[in-house]
Design a protein around this ligand. Structure first.
Ligand SMILES: *[C@@H]1O[C@H](CO)[C@@H](O)[C@H](O)[C@H]1NC(C)=O
Ligand SMILES: *[C@@H]1O[C@H](CO)[C@@H](O)[C@H](O)[C@H]1NC(C)=O
Ligand SMILES: *[C@@H]1O[C@H](CO)[C@@H](O)[C@H](O)[C@H]1NC(C)=O
Ligand SMILES: *[C@@H]1O[C@H](CO)[C@@H](O)[C@H](O)[C@H]1NC(C)=O
Ligand SMILES: *[C@@H]1O[C@H](CO)[C@@H](O)[C@H](O)[C@H]1NC(C)=O
Ligand SMILES: *[C@@H]1O[C@H](CO)[C@@H](O)[C@H](O)[C@H]1NC(C)=O
Ligand SMILES: *[C@@H]1O[C@H](CO)[C@@H](O)[C@H](O)[C@H]1NC(C)=O
Ligand SMILES: *[C@@H]1O[C@H](CO)[C@@H](O)[C@H](O)[C@H]1NC(C)=O
Ligand SMILES: *[C@@H]1O[C@H](CO)[C@@H](O)[C@H](O)[C@H]1NC(C)=O
Ligand SMILES: *[C@@H]1O[C@H](CO)[C@@H](O)[C@H](O)[C@H]1NC(C)=O
Ligand SMILES: *[C@@H]1O[C@H](CO)[C@@H](O)[C@H](O)[C@H]1NC(C)=O
Ligand SMILES: *[C@@H]1O[C@H](CO)[C@@H](O)[C@H](O)[C@H]1NC(C)=O
Length: 712
């Protein structure tokens, strides 16, 4: 490493720019390349250097209360560079840029958003022939600059043109909401989604932590409502909230330690978790806990009951210390419009008690609650979602702060009578009715006269919501990711204020998708070819079974034996074969021959993995099925005992199939959605292949010819 005055020189001569142009990345990045054109190749990179003057600096302006330091972001960046094949890039604190390094520092420049407000998320990126300088308005701004470097490097075969560009988001709140009330998501899934958001500079993950299935009062008895699926996902041992989470859902809720971990992992990548605990509507879980607090429709709380507001305040007092954001969301969606004064009393009381208890601000969903005598406090941010609930222009004129979550971008897991299942790319790229792409100030994608000006300072950003109206058995965990996978980065470009076209997006998405650090939501498995794994069970030595695919995924067998013809036998209920893998996402073909003993337990797992289990039955019925999360998806097929059957499990796109015997028909696993107690919907379901273990839970019998392919 050598001190490098050249970078300073390059900065000084940036005035001799040749041309400004937009570089392709998500979001797009405006750049003035120097003349004559030169370049820096990241393959020469040896160090990520963190400016010693600012190594401990943190961003205090964002929503997070646990902002990483510049040094912490630098370390994350250096690790992320492995996605580009750069291993062993060192992180050091330094007082100046050096040869072949990326220098992270803090800038004095003023970075402005779409409304001309100061933003701490801006950064300046300067590339010289000897290295790169990223100067953020804050450490977070610098971290966003590192995302740009990774993307430009990937798309430019590791080569970045020399020059300089200054970049800043148009809006400070950019991200998504996930309905974790009506579907449980494991903590690691939430952190992987944060990693996904972060790579495209989205900073907000609003997690809806309590809700219930639609309480269809027209047909449900009170008893049925009290039994309807409803969940509250934060599990505290504070006796003030004892019983709010039922013991049978302890494993589908987050303890403080787990929720801390999720918030920390997300903050480490610049994403703030905004927690939502919903009341006084969508509050069946509270009524199931304290039925006396509800109205006749048990999903609505009776605000005039003297214990209702104190109970909700107790819940917030319990959980506020868990939250590391400056803002929390109290729900307040879809309440009875004839009880407007109650509603307004509720939200204003919660606003001031949450503020005085924790100094946090609150958000509510825009809800139609006409009152002639009271008004919602201007301290509350209104998250607009539908024009029949509120009118954004009127609210802005009344000096409310607004967050745009218009249902133009609502999606519902698997099926809905009203909303699509995926984000609409056409709308993302052409959603402004006045012309051009969607942007956070576009509340109405059809009628421009309902939208404020682009630079309205009371519009803080955009959050796209994904709901689970049909509950936990409609989708798998990863189907929530797939609902966003292909289009969310495009929306991230628009939330930032980028100018990508659809054609440009289509041309770069797959490349950029292949390097997103901190997640493996696709459940990819590294493989030299299409065959990921093959066990022919010809030898067993020291309990090791050889993988003959060439990938070296050798397995370990406990309590099993090998027999002529490549047969592996499991003779005790704890006999098991363990692979070094876990789960394989779409697409896959998993084949094996299996001979289950008539002594094997009906519910015993054949194959298990992180995301699913293939079972010999559900414990009572002998049908072959896949478990995913807490749900069982059974076929109308019983695997015969004491004979060999060739099984093929296929994950093809959004569907999962099983074939028994060569030439047998493909039987499809289906999700059966119950629609509000009124009807059913049969829909495909995409379940990852379980590949961590064979047997181990009561399976007795033999297997042979085990193979996993990466195609279907
Ligand atoms: C490019 O240079 C022009 C002229 O100096 C300047 O106005 C513009 O802000 C620069 N753009 C970027 C992205 O730095
Ligand atoms: C709501 O609570 C008030 C006060 O306890 C009570 O008078 C009223 O009947 C309750 N409303 C319903 C619908 O239960
Ligand atoms: C609004 O917030 C400010 C501080 O942020 C506080 O002083 C004031 O009391 C709040 N008003 C209400 C009605 O809660
Ligand atoms: C508010 O006032 C209007 C006009 O006076 C009246 O029609 C309406 O019923 C009132 N609404 C409520 C909730 O009191
Ligand atoms: C599943 O994939 C099929 C074929 O690609 C498509 O038509 C269908 O809309 C998808 N369903 C869902 C719920 O995504
Ligand atoms: C997608 O959005 C466009 C533009 O708003 C609209 O015309 C189209 O119907 C939408 N597609 C779907 C499948 O909803
Ligand atoms: C567009 O919105 C304006 C203002 O709300 C309304 O007056 C007008 O009728 C709307 N136009 C259409 C075509 O719906
Ligand atoms: C097995 O499935 C049947 C039919 O859905 C159900 O009635 C039974 O309770 C299930 N058994 C277990 C142990 O889940
Ligand atoms: C939670 O535990 C219950 C039984 O106690 C089990 O049926 C369910 O599958 C578990 N859920 C998860 C997500 O592990
Ligand atoms: C399973 O299939 C058999 C015939 O193949 C049929 O008689 C039976 O009704 C089916 N059961 C279910 C639950 O679909
Ligand atoms: C999976 O298979 C489906 C259907 O053949 C295909 O459309 C899709 O592109 C494949 N996906 C991957 C990741 O190969
Ligand atoms: C899924 O849950 C719904 C209730 O929302 C229920 O009606 C339906 O039977 C369940 N489907 C299966 C396959 O268990």
């Amino acid at each position: 490493m050598y001190p490098l005055p050249l970078i300073a020189a390059a900065l000084a001569t940036a005035a001799t720019i040749a041309q400004a142009k937009t570089l392709l990345s998500i979001p797009t990045f405006d750049f003035n390349s120097t003349s004559p054109a030169a370049s820096f190749s990241l393959s020469k990179l040896t160090h990520v250097l963190v400016d010693s003057r600012f190594q401990h600096t943190v961003d205090t302006e964002g929503q997070t209360l646990i902002p990483p330091s510049l040094l912490a972001f630098g370390r994350t960046f250096a690790q992320d560079l492995q996605e580009l094949g750069l291993n062993g890039v060192l992180v050091q604190v330094s007082s100046s840029p050096q040869h072949n390094s990326i220098f992270l520092t803090i800038s004095n420049d003023r970075f402005l958003d779409a409304a001309g407000r100061h933003t701490s998320e801006g950064y300046r990126l300067t590339v010289s022939a000897d290295g790169i300088v990223i100067a953020g308005a804050s450490p977070l701004g610098a971290f966003w600059g590192t995302r740009t470097v990774m993307q430009l490097a990937k798309l430019g075969n590791m080569i970045l043109p020399t020059g300089t560009g200054s970049d800043a988001p148009g809006w400070g709140t950019r991200g998504v909401m996930l309905d974790a009330g009506r579907h449980f998501y494991p903590p690691q899934f939430l952190t992987e989604i944060c990693a996904y958001l972060s790579f495209f500079k989205q900073n907000t993950f609003h997690v809806h932590l309590s809700d219930n299935l639609f309480n269809n009062v027209d047909i449900y008895s009170r008893e049925r409502s009290l039994d309807l699926y409803a969940a509250f996902r934060l599990n505290s041992d504070d006796e003030a909230v004892e019983g709010l989470v039922r013991p049978y859902r302890f494993n589908e809720s987050y303890t403080r330690e787990v929720f801390d971990w999720v918030q920390g992992e997300c903050a480490a990548r610049g994403v703030t978790i905004i927690p939502e605990l919903e009341a006084p509507g969508h509050a069946l879980v509270i009524a199931q806990w304290k039925p006396e607090l509800a109205l006749d429709d048990l999903s609505l709380l009776n605000i005039s009951h003297p214990d209702t507001i104190p109970t909700i305040q107790t819940i917030w007092r319990t959980f506020l210390p868990w939250f590391h954001s400056k803002t929390v969301h109290i729900g307040a969606d879809e309440y009875d419009a004839s009880l407007a004064n109650d509603y307004i009393l509720f939200v204003n009381t919660l606003s001031s008690s949450i503020l005085s208890a924790s100094n946090k601000a609150i958000r509510i969903w825009g809800t139609n609650e006409p009152s002639n005598t009271s008004t919602i406090s201007r301290n509350i941010t209104i998250q607009h979602w539908e024009f029949f609930e509120d009118d954004p222009l009127t609210l802005l004129r009344q000096s409310y702060t607004l967050l745009n979550s218009d249902d133009a971008f609502y999606i519902v897991g698997k099926w809905s009578g009203s909303y699509p299942q995926q984000l609409n790319l056409t709308r993302i790229f052409a959603g402004n009715p006045a012309g051009g792409p969607f942007a956070p100030f576009v509340f109405d994608t059809h009628n421009a006269s309902n939208n404020p000006r682009r630079d309205d300072p009371r519009v803080i950003g955009h959050v796209a919501a994904q709901w689970n109206d049909y509950g936990p058995n409609a989708t798998t965990v990863h189907e929530a990711y797939y609902a966003w996978r292909d289009a969310l980065p495009a929306l991230a470009d628009k939330q930032w204020g980028g100018v990508l076209t659809r054609e440009e997006y289509d041309s770069i998405f797959a490349d950029l998708h292949s390097i997103i650090p901190g997640q493996n939501l696709d459940r990819k498995v590294k493989s030299k070819g299409n065959v990921i794994l093959r066990y022919d069970f010809s030898t067993l030595s020291d309990g090791q079974i050889k993988d003959t695919s060439g990938n070296g995924y050798d397995a370990t067998c406990v309590g099993c034996s090998i027999h002529a013809g490549g047969v592996l036998s499991f003779s005790s209920p704890t006999s098991r074969l363990t692979t070094p893998l876990s789960s394989k996402g779409r697409n896959y073909t998993l084949t094996l021959s299996i001979n289950p003993s008539s002594l094997a337990r009906t519910g015993s797992p054949i194959l298990s993995g992180a995301d699913s289990t293939l079972v010999l039955g559900n414990g009572t019925l002998p049908f072959l099925g896949l478990l995913s999360g807490n749900q069982a998806y059974m076929l109308n097929y019983t695997l015969p005992r004491d004979v060999w059957t060739d099984l093929t499990l296929i994950g093809r796109g959004n569907a999962t199939f099983l074939k028994a015997g060569f030439g047998g028909p493909e039987m499809q696993f289906l999700a059966i959605l119950g629609i509000n107690g009124e009807s059913f919907q049969w829909q495909p379901i995409a379940i990852e292949a379980p590949i961590a273990q064979i047997g181990g839970g009561g399976f007795l019998g033999s297997v042979k010819k085990f193979e996993l392919l990466a195609s279907a």
